[in-house]
Design a protein around this ligand. Structure first.
Ligand code: FAD
Ligand code: UDP
Length: 396
């Protein structure tokens, strides 16, 4: 007797949103297999040993312009209004340090070049591109005007080149241009990292949101289960636990791993996270203690880590004199035990390698690859949720 109508591998955004739609809107009995001991994928958050909520797989800030995604997720969480701001922290050349907003904006320009000169240069950029416009660093570097070229050089040197070398091991010219375009020069005084219409943090955290999404009588979640140990793929037929499974199989893990790396491994960057607890030493136990002024501080010129995030800024949690921070160190993914493939390295060679796996997947009529890993793309949470909603529309 057939027990399940649909099988989903992975309980992150891709898996959880699809599972809920198929179960609730399609009346399908859905089995979700998740390798980790928890749901939420890389958005998973949990209290640490000091009871401070941390993001175990890197800092996650929700932002979207997609009303459908926002409304859908809002069924499973209330939101805390949080507008993420980031500053770059750099040596000032005189033995101290200085900070300016990132994305590099009109205020950053005045910090870097002084108030008057910065204002004049800002006006010049606005005359060239328009007020409130976003200009990518690669675009700015192509401007032939010598003064604009000097601004571009400054921003390249103090925001992009060293950070990108740390993050990708390559220069901004060598990586996918869409990546640096995520953080353009912004001809505005808006200090926010994102300008999306909907932005915030799930009020009680991401994990409770996922738990509610997956809490449906038609959904069975099995944690700590590597689906690849229970699946067999051969000749266009998928077997689960040795029996043919002909319902939809939505796979949200690595595409190369699904097929035994037969064309070779897809390259990724991984991250090492260093979590630290910091506490106040000044005896003041009245006010909330913060380690840094902003949710995230990017170290764009020096240090081995790329950025430091302090979770309390994001979550709004009150813990008085203690705080949890995380430093991110990026390096090449080797596939070693315990390493996590965080970032696909988008370039023509890797895309061509991925296409071979996608072609193979297409030979299985009931198999769908969905998600940041399975599609080998640099997708934000909202983009994956949108794709999951669309896939469910199609399957239903
Ligand atoms: P995942 O969340 O990776 O979920 C896939 C799941 O599948 C995992 O739980 C995995 O364990 C499971 N799985 C894989 N293989 C198997 C198997 N064989 N058997 C069983 N289970 C399996 N996006 C934003 O919008 N805002 C942010 O601020 C943001 N910050 C980020 C910071 C970092 C450091 C990183 C790396 C990403 C960030 N993202 C952010 C992107 C966000 O993490 C992704 O968009 C989102 O997690 C993708 O969801 P997913 O379901 O595709 O993949
Ligand atoms: N980047 C940079 N300096 C910064 C911020 C971003 O050089 O201060 C570049 C870098 O290449 C990074 C990319 O822009 O990988 C995208 O940054 P984003 O903050 O969106 O990365 P994510 O949060 O996805 O890691």
């Amino acid at each position: 007797m057939k027990q399940y109508d649909a099988l989903i591998v992975g309980a992150g955004y891709a898996g959880a949103v699809t599972a809920r739609r198929l179960a609730e809107d399609g009346g399908k009995r859905v089995l979700v297999l998740e390798r980790r001991e928890h749901v939420g994928g890389n958005a998973y958050d949990t209290p640490d040993e000091e009871d401070i909520v941390i993001h175990v797989y890197g800092p996650h800030i929700f932002h979207t312009n997609d009303k459908r995604v926002y409304d859908y997720l809002s069924r499973f969480t209330k939101w805390r209004d949080y507008q993420h701001t980031v500053v770059a922290d750099i040596p000032d050349g005189r033995g101290g340090r200085t900070r300016f907003p990132v994305p590099f904006n009109l205020d950053s320009l005045e910090i870097a070049f002084g108030p008057q000169e910065g204002k004049r240069l800002g006006d010049k950029l606005i005359a060239a591109y328009g007020a409130e416009k976003k200009v990518t660093i690669l675009e700015l570097r192509h401007n032939p005007d010598p003064e604009i070229a000097a601004i571009a050089d400054y921003v390249y040197e103090h925001v992009f080149v060293h950070y990108t070398m740390k993050q990708w091991g390559q220069t901004p010219e060598e990586i996918d241009p869409n990546t640096t375009a995520r953080v353009p020069v912004f001809l505005s005084r808006d200090p926010r990292y994102f300008q999306d219409a909907y932005q915030g943090m799930p009020l009680e955290g991401y994990t409770p949101m996922f738990e509610r999404m997956l809490d449906h009588p038609n959904i069975t979640v099995e944690l700590g289960v590597d689906a690849l140990k229970r699946l067999e793929l051969a000749d266009g037929v998928i077997k689960l636990d040795g029996e043919i499974f002909d319902g939809p199989v939505i796979y949200t893990g690595q595409a190369d791993e699904l097929f035994g790396f037969r064309f070779g491994p897809l390259p990724y960057r991984t991250l090492d996270f260093q979590f630290e607890i910091h506490g106040r030493m000044d005896g003041n136990d009245e006010d909330e203690y913060f380690y840094q002024s902003h949710g995230t501080v990017n170290y764009t010129v020096d240090e081995d880590f790329t950025r430091i995030t302090e979770f309390k800024h994001l979550t709004g949690q009150k813990t008085r004199w203690e705080t949890a921070i995380m430093k991110e160190y990026s390096r090449a993914y080797t596939g070693a035990e315990g390493e996590i493939p965080y970032y696909a390295i988008i370039n023509p060679d890797n895309n061509a390698l991925y296409a071979k796996y996608a072609d193979l997947a297409a030979q299985y009529p009931n198999l769908r690859l969905l998600g940041r890993l399975a599609e080998y793309k640099y997708y934000n949470m909202d983009a994956i949720a949108a794709r999951a909603l669309a896939l469910a529309d199609e399957l239903l």
